[in-house]
Design a protein around this ligand. Sequence first.
Ligand SMILES: [Zn+2]
Length: 340
Amino acid sequence: MSLSIMDRLRAGTVLGAEGYVFELERRGYIKAGPFVPEVVLDFPDAVRELHREFLRAGADVMVALTYYAHREKLRDVGREDDLEAMNRQAVRIAREVAREGDALVAGNVCNTWAYDPDDPATKQTVRDMYAEQLGWAAEEGIDFVISETNDYLGEALIALEVIRELGLPAMVTLAPTQPDQTRDGYRYAEACQILAAEGAQVVGLNCDRGPQTMLPLITDIREAVDCAVAVQPVPYRTDAAAPTMETLRSPDGERAFPIALDPFGCTRFEMAHFAQQARELGADYVGICCGAGPHHVRAMAEALGREVPASKYSPSMDLHPMFRTDVAAKDAAFLPSWSA
Ligand SMILES: [Zn+2]
């Protein structure tokens, strides 16, 4: 039998892989703007393939693509009637691919854009949205739930309550879009402490920040909680001047988020370095978010000391005609122009 998420976290680092929406948008299956995962119903093979690529790259968890598959978002694109089918199918696809390896299946909910801390009525709206999504996911069969990119601790706590009512382990990660606190005014470490006290098995941060600006916040969280800590940055080079991907600007001052971020992308080597740093800081669930490609995930897996199915095709630059130690005379003629 496959080990549970808690067993795996006790045994070592769990490797996560997300960023399905960005990657499927790049491949032409999701519309940037609304970012609703209509692909789950319209092109299920595309979703299946990306899960499989992440699985081969070493991901321990297949995250069902139900990000933004909630009532509020589906209404925006006129597909509210497809809500249940989309959520159920996403879990089925994730399960199907997880069984091809030894991965777990995570149900997924996210920020709703319906939550308003100053309007108590919105709490019930959000609760209903999470309850229907996760109710369907639980019926289809998931091992745990990832509630992610929550801007408000209040909204994350609603998700946690729903997950706990279903009797499932909960990983709750906040979106660190602000300098040091949630939009309802809790320092990230404090918010994680509250989530842990309320029963989340894994807490931490995901999305918005690249490795360089996310890791310092993870150090604070690690010190604040005893439970498992998750860190899933975006593979973009955020820094002190632009700490989030939303604040990155091109040289001519244009906002790069969300579809012109390519020049800021981290290499596989940078993400491999991040995975090692995260583990050294004591993170238990180390992953990657929007912008991820399977090459990042494989490099992270290998940096954590694993050999994964896709390692069969990991780079062998010693076999490259120009980078091998004994460059053949006929190939050496190319070197001057490669060095110019
Ligand atoms: Zn993300």
